[in-house]
Design a protein around this ligand. Sequence first.
Ligand code: ATP
Length: 362
Amino acid sequence: MGRIDVRNLRKVFSTGDGDLVAVDDLDFTIEDGEFLVLVGPSGCGKSTTLRCIAGLERPTSGEIILDGEDVTHAKPKDRNMAMVFQSYALYPHMTARENMSFGLKMTTDMPDEEIDERVREVAEMTGIEANLDQKPGELSGGQQQRVALGRAIVRDPEVFLMDEPLSNLDAKLRSEMRTELQNLQHDFGVTTIYVTHDQTEAMTMGDRIAILNDGELQQIGTPLECYHTPANEFVAGFIGSPSMNFLDVRYQDGQLVHDEFSYDLSPEVAETLNATGSGYVLGIRPEDIHIATGDEQNTIATTVNVVEPLGDVAHVNISIGDKTYTASIDGTPNYDPGTEIQITFPEREIHLFEADSGDAVK
Ligand code: ATP
C-alpha cells in the first residue's frame, strides 16, 4: 500500500525580508502504485512539497496522510518512504554495497546474509552488480545514480520520493535512465513522487503530473489531459515544446479581433464568449499552425524571420504585427527571411483564456 493524501498543505518560511509562502494550500491525492510527477519552474515549491511529504520539513499547516494514517508529524524514518536526491547523497568512504546495505543494517534486524542477498538482487536489477565493491568516487554519474536508486529499492519502501534524480546526467544517459526508472517503478509498483522542472521529463514519465507555480497547484491530470485541455494560460505555456503561442484578442460580433486580423468563430464557440469582458488570450500550439492553401475561412498574413530545419519538421519564426511566434511546419520549407506567408489554424485547435485570470474558457 502507498496512497498519499496531501491535505491543504502550506509551508511558510520566515526570511530576513518577511514571510515567504513556498507552498500554498496544496491539496491532492496520489494513488497506490501511481507515478506522480511534480513539475514547475524553479522556486515554485516542488522540493518543499516533497520534503514535507518525506518529513524533512515541518508543514506550517495541513496534513500528510499515508494509507489513511496522519503522518504529518511522524519522523522521516517512521514513514517507510525512501528519498533519492539529485546529489545522490552517497557516503563517499563506503563501497556501493555498503551504501546500499547501510540503511537496512541500521534500521532493521535483518540477518547479514539476507541483506547481502537483497543487495545483490537489487544490484542485478539496476545493472550495478559489477560495481558493488567500488566507492562512489570510482563510479560514473549514471552508476552513482543507480547505487542511489538501489539503496532506496533495497529498503522496500511504500513510497519513493525523487528530487530531480537525473539532472546531473548528460542528455543521452538521462533519457536512458528515464526509461529504466519507469520500468523499475512499474515492476515494483511502488508509489512514486518525482520532482522535476523539466516538462519533457514530466510528460514522458508521469502517470499523472501536478503542475505548480508560485506554490499553488495549477492542474493535476494525465500528461495528455494537461497538454490538450490546460486549465489556464500558465499550464498551456509550460507544457509543450516549442511553447504555445499566445495572442491578445477581444470578442466582437462572432469574431476574435486582433490588432492585425479577425478570426471568424462558429456560433457554438461564439456564444460562450463575452463581448463586454476585458478580452481573451488566444493560444495556438506551433504544430497546429498550417500554411494556408487559400481555401480556408481564416487566414493570417505573417512575415518569416528565421527557419530552423530539424529534419521531419521545421520551426518557423514568424511575425504578426510587432510580435513573433513559432510555427512547426512539416518537411523542410524553404523561406527566405522577409517572405510573406499566409497561415491558418482550425478553430478546434485554438485555446482561449480570460485575459484577467488566465483561466481557460475553451
Ligand atoms: P528548484 O526547482 O529551483 O529546486 P523548487 O520548485 O523545488 O525549486 P523550493 O526549493 O521548494 O522550490 O522553494 C520554494 C520557495 O521557498 C523558494 O522561493 C525558495 O527560495 C524558498 N525556500 C526553500 N527553502 C527555504 C528555506 N529553508 N528558507 C527560506 N526559504 C526557502
